[in-house]
Write a protein that binds this ligand. Structure first.
Ligand SMILES: Nc1ncnc2c1ncn2[C@@H]1O[C@H](COP(=O)(O)OP(=O)(O)O)[C@@H](O)[C@H]1O
Ligand SMILES: [Mg+2]
Length: 351
């Protein structure tokens, strides 16, 4: 929107004010001869009458200026002050009405417009803050309840050894969930505040991805997932830590949302300016409604097992992709699996 920055008193206003002042002074000058004539040249009378005329004319000027200020300055300033005071009290519903049509906006109208935008933004932040607190509390409560219950159960001396080991594993899982939550929130916060900036260093990206896949072999085997990959040899400047956030989350989702015996495929492809990572699974997939929200913080689709993850994974991936100057696309349909494709611009070393 292109907003003109008009002054409070417009050119027309100045011309009007000039003509009015000129007319009043002219009236004072024109009145001199009739007064002089009527007084028969008596200087004392002329001086007295002229003084009275000047006082009256000055009063008229003051009144005109008073009215002008009242309507063009005091009124909008008071409205703006009222609005800002309401905002200071936490009421962001206040909406200030500009006094002119959009194309004739003056500076006060622009200030009102900006105060309205500020109120809308603050109200969004407020809603976001409340949602955030509710989401974090919810995510913390579940593993904490698990920890409390299993910790008290494990105290029972009569517990068989294998059950105790099983409970200890549950405790470990819940603690890991809490620590993942905190790590994800901190990383997301840093990425959003631009505290993490890419620090590309020459790296064998393909080797790092292969290493990660090897680490996941146990998980693939446990879930009897068939795994296939097509990885180009890519040695390029890259911020390895950020790349890991992307493939770790896409891989863990593919594993999580693919039932036993399913298939997962990963490709890393090189081109002169981009590297493209594809993670494809033939798991539960998602509908369009879910697809529209997967990058929102704390969003978990119906198919997500709420005991795993916290809905921050893809929000993190999206932020990283934005920071690295790339794009992420998803193709998915319920029951037909999902394909996530991330295209990242190649970095320059230590850029
Ligand atoms: N490979 C996938 N297949 C099906 N749904 C997926 C897949 N990846 C992500 N999703 C959907 O996107 C949501 C958000 O993912 P994410 O942010 O990683 O959160 P989480 O893994 O904690 O549920 C998931 O809850 C799920 O509904
Ligand atoms: Mg996830």
């Amino acid at each position: 929107m292109n907003k003109k920055r008009q002054t409070v008193i417009t050119v027309t206003g100045y011309i009007g004010f000039f003509l009015l002042t000129a007319a009043i002074i002219m009236a004072g000058v024109l009145i001199y001869s009739p007064v002089a004539e009527a007084s028969g040249g008596n200087n004392a009378v002329i001086a007295g009458v002229m003084l009275a005329v000047i006082v009256v004319l000055a009063l008229i000027c003051t009144l005109v200026d008073f009215l002008r200020r009242k309507f063009t300055v005091d009124k909008p300033v008071r409205e703006i002050l009222d609005g800002v005071e309401r905002m200071a009290r936490g009421d962001f519903s206040a909406k200030l009405t500009p006094s002119h049509a959009f194309e004739d906006y003056n500076s006060f109208d622009l200030i009102k417009d900006n105060v309205n935008t500020l109120a809308a933004e603050l109200s969004k932040t407020e809603i976001f803050r409340n949602d955030f607190i509710a989401n974090v509390s919810h995510e913390i409560k579940t593993p904490l309840a698990v920890i409390r219950n299993y910790a008290s159960a494990i105290k029972n001396p009569a517990l068989p050894e294998d059950t105790r080991r099983e409970y200890a594993a549950v405790l470990e899982g819940a603690a890991k969930r809490l620590s993942d939550l905190v790590t994800n929130i901190l990383s997301l916060n840093k990425l959003e505040n631009r505290e993490i900036l890419p620090k590309p260093e020459m790296a064998d990206v393909s080797e790092l991805l292969r290493e990660r896949i090897v680490q996941l072999e146990d998980t693939f085997e446990k879930k009897r997932l068939n795994f296939d990959c097509d990885i180009d040899d890519i040695i390029t400047p890259a911020d390895v830590g950020l790349l890991e956030i992307v493939w770790n989350n896409l891989l863990s989702n593919a594993i999580k949302f693919t039932p036993e015996g399913g298939n997962i495929f990963i490709a890393l492809k090189d081109s002169p300016r981009f590297i493209t990572l594809t993670v494809k699974d033939d798991g539960c997939g998602m509908n369009a409604e879910t697809g529209a929200h997967i990058f929102d913080k704390f969003y978990q689709g119906d198919t997500s097992h709420s005991s795993e993850g916290n809905g921050l994974g893809l929000a993190l991936v999206k932020k990283v992709v934005d920071i690295l100057g790339g794009e992420i696309n998803v193709e998915s349909a319920p029951g037909e699996g999902s394909t996530f494709t991330v295209r990242l611009r190649k970095a320059e070393e230590n850029a």
